[in-house]
Design a protein around this ligand. Structure first.
Ligand code: SAH
Length: 243
């Protein structure tokens, strides 16, 4: 009996039972050289839109491989339509936020440039790769998207009012998260300020929007990455897919 390794990969394509798919050189390298898998081993693969499949790895050459798709192991389920809007932080903190937001089930992440944003290093491609890795690891069957970065004012100006924008307000003037997130169905967005906080004019702009709600995450000042995890966890447990 071939063993099913724990390896789980995202394949950018369309998977279907009883078909064979030649892997990209990067994926073949990952499975053969990094994970050191051999031909005949079973892995799990998902394509981001049709579910998850058990596959058999086939070696085609020294650096090329394919998968034979054997059976469907899970149907596709989308995560709730929620987005994390965050101001990019120092490198490691941004990496951390992306990984945790993907685990916590956001459908998309939007980097937002604010007045006090400390980092202007936007690394969309790197973040996309990280989001994909976190989706593989957390057994998602969908792939969260990472949008191009946008300034807060432009983002607000183009906002779809059918959604609700929850902004985490460290000044204490928001309502408690447990109240605001009760019966608060998707589509929803969660905006976290940068390490330097929102500026006064940004808070004024946010407070004047009919689609925006100020949220308090308690009496202590949280780091931006903690605030992101706290807000998403609280919403997921009260109105999301943790129920
Ligand atoms: N520099 C600010 C703190 C910013 S914390 C200060 O010292 O006052 C970064 C972001 O995390 C904030 O902009 C806010 O969105 C969120 N945040 C932190 N603590 C929070 C709290 N208790 N309630 C709501 N949001 C909070």
């Amino acid at each position: 009996m071939p063993k099913t390794s724990k390896t789980r990969i995202y394949i950018d394509g369309s998977l279907a039972c009883d078909s064979q798919l030649v892997l990209s050189p990067d994926l073949a390298h990952y499975l053969l050289s990094v994970m050191r898998l051999s031909g005949g081993e079973h892995i799990l693969a998902f394509d981001g839109h049709s579910g998850e499949y058990e596959c058999e790895l086939q070696i085609l050459g020294k650096r090329s491989a394919a998968v034979k798709i054997l059976s469907k192991t899970r149907d596709f389920v989308a995560t709730p339509d929620i987005r994390l809007l965050f101001a990019p932080l120092k490198k490691d903190c941004t990496d951390f936020v992306i990984e945790k937001a993907v685990e916590l089930g956001v459908r998309a992440i939007v980097p937002i440039i604010t007045e006090h944003s400390i980092s202007d290093k936007i690394k969309i491609e790197r973040w996309r790769a990280q989001a994909t890795e976190a989706a593989e690891q957390s057994r998602r069957v969908d792939i969260p998207s990472i949008a191009e970065s946008v300034t807060l004012s432009k983002f607000i100006a183009a906002y779809n009012p059918a959604r609700t924008l929850y902004f985490m307000d460290e000044t204490g003037s928001g309502r408690p998260a447990a109240q605001v997130f009760q019966n608060a169905p998707a589509p929803a967005d969660f905006l976290i300020g940068p390490e330097g906080g929102f500026s006064d004019s940004e808070l004024k702009l946010l407070r004047s929007q009919p689609f925006a709600r100020a949220v308090s995450l308690g009496p202590r000042i949280l780091r931006a990455e903690t605030a992101a995890i706290a807000a998403l966890s609280c919403w997921q447990s009260l109105s999301g897919d943790w129920q």
